[in-house]
Write a protein that binds this ligand. Sequence first.
Ligand SMILES: NC(=O)c1ccc[n+]([C@@H]2O[C@H](COP(=O)([O-])OP(=O)(O)OC[C@H]3O[C@@H](n4cnc5c(N)ncnc54)[C@H](OP(=O)(O)O)[C@@H]3O)[C@@H](O)[C@H]2O)c1
Length: 332
Amino acid sequence: MQMKYLGSVPFAPITFGCMAIADAAVWGPQDENETISAMHLAADLGIFSFDTAAMYGNGLSEQIVGRAFGNSDKVTIATKLLSSKQHYGEVIEECEKSLKNLQRDAIDLYQIHWPSNDVPFEETASALLKLKEQGKIREIGVSNFGVEQLAEMEAFMQPVSNQLMYNLFFRAPEVNMVELHKKYGMGMMTYSSIAQGLLTGKYQGLSDVPVTLRRTRLYPCTMNPASPHKEGGCQELVEKALADLRIFCADKNMTMAQVALAWLMHKDGVTTVIAGARSEKQVKSNILAMTTELNDNDMATLDQLSADIKAYIGGNLDAWRGNDDIENRRIH
Ligand SMILES: NC(=O)c1ccc[n+]([C@@H]2O[C@H](COP(=O)([O-])OP(=O)(O)OC[C@H]3O[C@@H](n4cnc5c(N)ncnc54)[C@H](OP(=O)(O)O)[C@@H]3O)[C@@H](O)[C@H]2O)c1
């Protein structure tokens, strides 16, 4: 079994993402038995690490993970603290709730989901360090932290990981974060690794993607009435890259999800690639990436194929807020 480490905690090269299984408003309904079969299959096949959050389904995702695995030491469980609960007492309370939901004695990796604009990092860090000292959490991670936020946090604690959106079409972490994570000795967990399904090839173009998922800066704001950004997006570039990627995959006789996940796994600075899955079929498809070799030429071709999108997106790590929307951007 292939192992990666974040601090002392082992992760598989692919981590099972547990958001879509408990977020019907965005992803549509999901049968819990199907979810649990998919999770058990993943664990049996070597995807033994799972990423969830208190936010997903307001605790439901953590509860499903708890029902699937209980206190088993055969799996690694990462969860995340609610962004709005970062005062000292709230962190302690939230951790207890997550432990109860997950039916575990300890959380392997406890992450700050988003940085807080209101609570000083020192306060949140001191609560997390207390929980670690008590053995309730094994390692501390952060998520959606940028250059300024990591620098500010450094004085108070050293998280082992940062979780960021990173995929073939959203390459903002390449601009500053890969080197910065190395400087701080942190690993990177990538989320939306298959661009919420877009990089599986099941959508011909952006208009086929469900409206609720057309929210990142890849999409023109006109494609979702509630778009958090007000940009024109880069639809033409994305659709051209999708078409090129389809040809690449056909030439290699590989699926698009396999290529997209393998590309990330070959990228510098990536510790584990989080991939959401809602069925055994998706797990079986995604796991192909664990044994997929891409050579230097393949990597260069794939890098080139999305180079224009990378230039459009730039180094802004907040996939939902515009490049010039400094006021509302949550990652700095
Ligand atoms: N830290 C953060 O702020 C943050 C933010 C977002 C996500 N995350 C984490 O990252 C995980 C994954 O990210 P994500 O859910 O945004 O997106 P993703 O992993 O890019 O896409 C997952 C979705 O794609 C579809 N899919 C997966 N495998 C497929 C396959 N082989 N063929 C066809 N469709 C397939 C499934 O949805 P359908 O069947 O509905 O198409 C699945 O739910 C989350 O579960 C969560 O753990 C973290």
